[in-house]
Design a protein around this ligand. Structure first.
Ligand SMILES: [Cu+2]
Length: 506
């Protein structure tokens, strides 16, 4: 029993120690941690590793260190082996991948490979995927934001067990030291003198004090560790926005001064442009989700952002502001604002807006007919959508005659952008045909490896005004059951369109 106790405590001690060290290093290095997308932490990515087309899902653990489940689905039969490894997205360590893990091929679906990877650190990580097959070897990087979201409670039974073992260990130590002081120098069979008895009691008293001190320090250490972990989970909560309207139609946007933990990391001082904009700013009117605006505020010398609002109808708007920090970590700042009728400026550049009927509990739609005759169809399975099931959302843009549109063009370098909002506003995700990973993070992943993304050039994509396929597809998995509205934004000729679709997720 004692042996087990010792082994258990040492194992626990080592785990806590490693964890404390990782935590300290993570905080010292400032790995710029956080969570882009609200309530939708998993990573979905669709792209090419050389000749192989892959759909990758990374289920990010809520507790770090924790195990991420990686699912890789190949389009073709010619993949022989897939291996995975985790590195930092950029900077020191990103070049040195640990020994890769060989992904298991599913016995049911030969196109599906799965592996489990330890995420040991916070911040911008990437999953390196190596594919071997009939067309040779190829590599792909998928950026993964590693963020602690939850603190697991100590199960009462485990706590009681550990405490009992620790107490048994303490009592054991006291009695062993007492016995040693009393009898160790006694010849076999000799009686214990009162002097030796006193000596034994004294040794036990001293050991008792030492054991009590160790208990006290251990508990203090444990609580300090738990407090710093709690602070980290707080850091990863979506940062809050402070929003004010000035001069009638200008919106001043800054992180809330109340968010002291987050502000300490000065994320806003070094953010990267994503699709050519430092901030993608979304206003969604609540609770009906009947208006959406996708704007691109400009940065002011003091680090805050300002945007000239378009003409808006009054109401309460939920606000989501997407940024990518210099480590490649995506953050979504959140807020809400009550706006009066705004007489604003016409939309310009990449800004756009759209309206839709109010979301009602029975809203369910897979076709949207827009005012200008454009029709957008969501090709959805007849089966109910389940939460946490990776899927490809497939849309088709049609002209007023119901024929596939021939004038769809890239919008901010992408075939389309989609914003997915749950009716309770607990989920907000901004995704693209490549998935949930921001383009800025993907670019970082590609400059840090020899993989196939390196050949991709954003400005080429923006310059390219040739029409693209009217079939728009995006990998995603709804994170939880609920009622969702999807806003799909794309460009026909030079007009930015917004379509909407509603669905229930079980
Ligand atoms: Cu977008």
């Amino acid at each position: 029993g004692k042996g087990l106790g010792v082994r258990l405590s040492i194992a626990t001690l080592n785990a806590r120690h490693t964890f404390a060290a990782i935590l300290a290093v993570a905080i010292l290095l400032f790995a710029a941690p956080a969570n882009a997308h609200v309530g939708s932490p998993n990573v979905f990515y669709e792209g090419d590793a050389g000749p192989y087309h892959l759909f990758v899902t990374v289920n990010v653990p809520a507790v770090i260190p924790g195990v991420a489940d990686v699912q890789i689905r190949a389009d073709s039969n010619d993949v022989r082996q897939v291996t995975t490894a985790v590195t930092r997205l950029a900077g020191a360590g990103s070049q040195y991948a640990p020994v890769p893990d060989v992904a298991q091929r599913s016995p049911i679906d030969p196109h599906l490979f799965t592996s489990s990877l330890w995420l040991m650190e916070y911040g911008s990580m990437r999953v390196l995927i190596n594919v071997a097959g009939a067309h040779g070897a190829a590599q792909m990087s998928v950026p993964v934001p590693s963020a602690a979201r939850r603190m697991l409670p100590m199960p009462p039974a485990l706590g009681a067990l550990l405490l009992t073992l620790a107490i048994a260990l303490g009592i054991g130590a006291i009695s062993i030291v007492g016995a040693a002081a009393r009898e160790s120098r006694l010849a076999p069979g000799s009686p214990v003198t009162p002097e030796l008895k006193r000596r034994g009691w004294r040794a036990m008293a001293i050991t008792g004090v030492i054991v009590a001190a160790i208990f006290y320090l251990a508990f203090a250490w444990w609580s300090a560790d738990a407090r710093s972990y709690a602070a980290v989970t707080k850091l990863f909560k979506p940062p809050k926005l402070a929003l004010t309207v000035v001069d009638g139609n200008r919106l001043a946007i800054r992180p809330s001064p109340d968010d002291k933990v987050w502000l300490r990391y000065k994320v806003m001082d070094g953010i990267l442009p994503d699709h050519g904009h430092l901030m993608h700013f979304f206003l969604v009117r609540t609770p009906a989700l009947d208006r959406i605006w996708h704007l691109h505020p400009s940065r002011q010398p003091d680090g805050s952002f300002v945007d000239a609002l378009p003409s808006l109808e009054p109401g309460r708007y939920a606000v989501f502001a997407d940024i990518v920090d210099q480590s490649g970590f995506p953050w979504t700042l959140v807020g809400s604002i009550d706006l009066p009728q705004i007489n604003g400026t016409p939309l310009k550049g990449d800004d756009c807006g759209g309206d839709a009927p109010a979301l009602t509990p029975s809203s369910d739609s897979a076709v949207d007919a827009l005012d200008d005759g454009t029709r957008v169809v969501w090709h959805r399975d007849s089966a109910a959508i389940r939460a946490n099931a990776p899927m490809i959302l497939r849309f088709e843009v049609q002209d007023q005659n119901g024929k596939p549109a021939t004038d769809v063009k890239p919008y901010m370098g992408m075939a389309a952008h989609a914003e997915i909002v749950s009716s309770d506003l607990q989920v907000f995700a901004h995704i693209h045909p490549s998935g949930s990973v921001p383009m800025a993070s993907l670019m970082m992943a590609s400059t840090n490896s020899s993989d196939s993304m390196a050949g991709m050039n954003m400005s080429d994509m923006n310059m390219n005004a040739a029409p693209i396929s009217p079939e728009l597809s995006m990998p995603y998995g709804f994170p939880s059951a609920g009622h969702y509205r999807i806003f799909l934004q794309f460009k026909r000729a030079d007009k930015i369109e917004t379509a909407h679709f509603d669905t229930v997720v079980n």
